[in-house]
Design a protein around this ligand. Structure first.
Ligand code: B4P
Length: 194
């Protein structure tokens, strides 16, 4: 039987959502849908979306819900999501989560699991500072990192309770090596797809 996998990743900036999403994509053949990457591509291409998103991302704030919800609606309508998807970085607010609920109901799908990557903020700051050196992302500047963590605490952290209440949340301790975190992810995926 082919099991479809609708995975959602939560966790603070730097928790390793993007890193783990790429591993899951490779192992399970379902595409990573990263709103961060989609927005960075839009900024690089100079599209209208990119021009609106650029100053917001450079400050470490969230782009408006209605803008990102449309990007996701369009993306989930593409054929490569037929066997599932890995949502990485979306939703980031309660209104985005509610919009996702509606979208999934419209297409007759439901989330298989929400993986909540737990990492303390000091460790997240260290990782993002390391990435700043490697990749030079403008939003990995120390002041912007602090801002992103504050925004995450205020706007995104409440999603943990939102999905726990729906019975789909699985916590993953993200304070280990990439391989060890991935092993924990696989453990959860095996359990929820049995
Ligand atoms: P994202 O691109 O989603 O950025 P992120 O949260 O920083 O990354 P992630 O947690 O995936 O960390 P990663 O694996 O890279 O968002 C960027 C911006 O886009 C937001 O601030 C916002 O402005 C905008 N945006 C995106 N989605 C939005 C939405 N839905 N609504 C509104 N605005 C939105 O890992 C980080 C670093 O740690 C890497 O260097 C990695 O190599 C390292 N690392 C990973 N795992 C590790 C491990 N186990 N041990 C040691 N290091 C590790």
């Amino acid at each position: 039987m082919t099991v479809s996998l609708e995975i959602l990743l939560l966790g603070p900036p730097g928790a390793g959502k993007g890193t783990q999403a790429k591993r899951i994509e490779l192992a399970h053949g379902v595409p990573q849908v990263s709103t961060g990457e989609m927005l960075r591509d839009a900024v690089a291409s100079g599209s209208e979306l990119g021009e609106r998103a650029r100053p917001i991302m450079e400050r470490g704030d969230l782009v408006p819900d209605e803008l990102i919800v449309e990007v996701i609606r369009e993306r989930l309508g593409q054929p490569d999501t037929g066997k599932g998807f890995i949502l990485d970085g979306f939703p980031r607010t309660i209104p985005q989560a509610e919009a996702l609920d509606e979208m999934l109901a419209d297409i007759g799908r439901r989330l298989t699991v929400v993986l909540d990557f737990e990492l303390d903020e000091e460790e997240a700051v260290l990782r993002l500072a390391g990435r700043a050196e490697e990749e030079g992302r403008t939003d990995d500047d120390p002041d912007v990192i602090r801002r992103r963590l504050n925004v995450w605490r205020e706007s995104t952290l409440p999603l943990t309770a939102y999905y726990r209440g729906r019975g789909v949340l699985a916590s993953v301790d993200a304070a280990h090596s990439v391989d060890d975190v991935y092993a924990a992810v696989e453990g959860v995926l095996e359990r929820v797809t049995q």
